[in-house]
Write a protein of this length. Structure first.
Length: 369
């Protein structure tokens, strides 16, 4: 059993659950719009795999923190050890969500009826008449997918259907035909195709900024990593077009702040303290001296994020207000409060240092020969 990728936290993929997501390699489709093409085309490359035992050691530390595990791909049902993998996850006390393209109905039924899967997301690619073209397999036999669709429509297991919509492959008539095929479904989610190259370009341009803002908000490098992953996964699933690069950057920062707020509401993330020092290898504009940034790290999350966006990232109060979803007056108030706290803290530290010097002098440590 190979785990080709691990997302340690998602608040989106498993409805009403906090979950981790594992990515399994290999797929029998060749969809031209695949979000995870590297898992399909590079299925034989084990570089970067997460060992199974390492994954379960991670999972063991997340009891009470995570509710479930999403299993996606590629096509997970290609894996002969999937049932045992699901059983072990269930045995550890976590719910299982399975993503599938529906082409293995018997294996799907076996997992569901063995109570090894708690939720199924089935990708219905297009109207039946355009299925072969959409999945990139000439002469594709739709019967197995149709059997999976029929099974879920009649099944008691919670499920959803999903369709990634592309301009080239999905017209209005296609979506109407598809809706008639899956009529009566509990849920059908449409998502717009976002080229993975777009996401990679955004990560290259603004990934460090997203991480620094997440770190300023959470105060924890590990939590900032989780927020970073979640933000760019959301970009991959985003359905609307961006007007400009600045619009995209502002969207990324707004989502980063919202994800941090979600993290703060999770019970295991309610911690206090300044920023940990291991994060400082990612440079930010030198708006303050290093010692002042240490003091900034001890501010409450809303204040230090505002300070970071204003002084490190160069945003105006009006721009920060749009990103944070608050009034410009609120931003100005936060900046004022942050400055006052910084001023007080730095003054107290200077007074403390002066007192230490005087104490050393009185004890004789400050005399010169």
């Amino acid at each position: 059993m190979r785990i080709a990728g691990l997302q340690k936290l998602t608040l989106l993929d498993f409805p009403e659950h906090t979950a981790a997501t594992v990515f399994l390699p290999g797929c029998n489709f060749r969809c031209p719009f695949c979000h995870n093409a590297a898992l399909v085309l590079g299925a034989g490359d084990a570089t970067g795999d997460t060992p199974v035992e390492e994954f379960f050691a991670f999972l063991d530390k997340r009891h009470g923190l995570l509710d479930g595990v999403c299993i996606t791909g590629g096509e997970p049902l290609l894996q002969p050890e999937l049932a045992d993998f699901c059983a072990r996850i269930k045995g550890a006390g976590f719910a299982v969500k399975l993503d599938t393209n529906g082409s293995f109905p018997d294996r799907l039924r076996e997992l569901v009826e063995s109570e090894l899967v708690d939720y199924v997301a089935l990708d219905v690619k297009n109207a039946p008449e355009r299925y072969a073209e959409t999945v990139g397999v000439p002469g594709f036999d739709l019967a197995p997918v149709a059997a999976s669709v029929d099974y879920l429509l009649a099944s008691a297991v919670p499920y959803e259907f999903r369709t990634t919509v592309t301009r080239e492959l999905h017209g209005t008539a296609d979506l109407v035909a598809l809706s008639r095929w899956i009529a009566g479904a509990h849920a059908w989610h449409l998502q717009s195709f976002v080229d993975a190259d777009t996401v990679l370009a955004a990560m290259d341009a603004w990934g460090d900024t997203v991480y620094r803002v997440a770190l300023a908000q959470t105060g924890s490098p590990s939590d900032a990593d989780d927020v970073y992953q979640d933000v760019f996964m959301r970009l991959l699933e985003h359905t609307a077009a961006f007007e400009s690069d600045e619009h995209l950057k502002a969207w990324l920062l707004r989502v980063t702040i919202n994800r941090c707020h979600d993290f703060a509401r999770l019970s295991w993330n309610r911690r206090t303290g300044g920023l940990e020092q291991e994060h400082v290898d990612i440079p930010a504009p030198d708006a303050f001296r290093a010692d002042i940034w240490e003091v900034v790290g001890a501010l409450p999350p809303d204040l230090r994020t505002t300070v970071h966006l204003h002084y490190a990232e160069g945003y105006s109060t009006e721009e920060i207000a749009r990103i944070a979803g608050c009034k410009p007056s609120t931003v100005r108030t936060r900046l004022h409060r942050a400055r006052e706290r910084l001023r007080t803290t730095l003054r107290d530290e200077q007074l403390g240092q002066a007192g230490n010097i005087e104490s050393r002098k009185e004890s004789g440590h400050g005399r010169t020969a």
